[in-house]
Design a protein around this ligand. Sequence first.
Ligand SMILES: NC(=O)c1ccc[n+]([C@@H]2O[C@H](COP(=O)([O-])OP(=O)(O)OC[C@H]3O[C@@H](n4cnc5c(N)ncnc54)[C@H](OP(=O)(O)O)[C@@H]3O)[C@@H](O)[C@H]2O)c1
Length: 319
Amino acid sequence: MSRKSPVIVDLKFDPAVVAKALSTAFADREVINVADPATAGRDLAGIDYAIVWNPDPDLFSRARDLKVIFSGGAGVDKILSMAALPEVPVVRFVDPSLTTRMSEWIVLQCLTHLRQVSAYARQQRDRLWHELSQPAAEDITVGVMGLGILGRDAVEKLRVMGFNVIGWSRTKKIIDGVETYDTAGLETFLGRTDFLVGLLPLTPDTTGIFNARLFAGLRQGGALGKPVFINAGRGRSQVETDLIAALNAGVLGAASLDVFEQEPLSPESPIWAMDNVVLTPHAAAASDERALFRYVESQIRQFEQDGSLGNLVDRTVGY
Ligand SMILES: NC(=O)c1ccc[n+]([C@@H]2O[C@H](COP(=O)([O-])OP(=O)(O)OC[C@H]3O[C@@H](n4cnc5c(N)ncnc54)[C@H](OP(=O)(O)O)[C@@H]3O)[C@@H](O)[C@H]2O)c1
């Protein structure tokens, strides 16, 4: 029987968490964790698989015989932009743990704005007893940009909470009870949207898509008066100078941001101090290392059985 190829792990996550998850993973093959100093200088030729997140720049020249690259996260923009990336299949990470985390964050942000959590926090700080108006979720139209794995789950869960949900994607989707639009319908979609949710991958087409023109197209005068922008896709899809200007001018009433043009966000950024912005440090949906290794194990099993792989990245569209 032929020897099973080792798997290379180059994940710039918490090294202790990666090492712990690896201790119970890949029982049937060797793991080469490049974070382990003992692997430095090791010849990685002849190895079929690598699991990567922000890999070392020389990884692909060292591991020159890879057959499959597994992304440690759902987004692959960084991997695809690596000059040395070999022409082999790239598989992205899809798992209920990640999808659930993202939907929790999206629902949390929509409820935060609907129920005016920031305004009540200010009132609590000022010891002010004052009831604010309570629009119903059904009075708010949430427009979700990106109807992939994450967008569709968020759509479902927002609907459970009673929001009116519409969606937009590159190719038209049919979702029961949800009005959907493709790229040609962007203007109409925006004009109906009170809370805009960004769950788009970063590609040449989506770079800078959340700009002054787009914010100006959102519905004004909805149940909360002003539209709200919520982004957990990628930061370089938003033009932060436009976003700050829109928040200051009242084109946008508020925002929830998990991703930024530059990460970490500079301490100098005015966004930190904006009291109509909820900010999290790219933490909406982290990859669970154990789930990631289980996922890669099952993908490799399938690949070695019949050569097939799931959740393949389409390099022509960039996601
Ligand atoms: N903040 C975090 O913690 C975090 C965690 C995980 C992922 N993410 C981000 O979330 C993104 C989405 O993940 P996913 O798993 O849902 O991806 P996915 O399944 O690949 O779905 C992507 C969606 O975006 C749409 N899209 C792509 N380019 C478009 C364009 N130019 N115009 C209109 N729609 C476009 C796609 O349209 P089609 O349906 O027509 O293909 C699809 O509906 C990831 O790429 C990643 O950047 C963030």
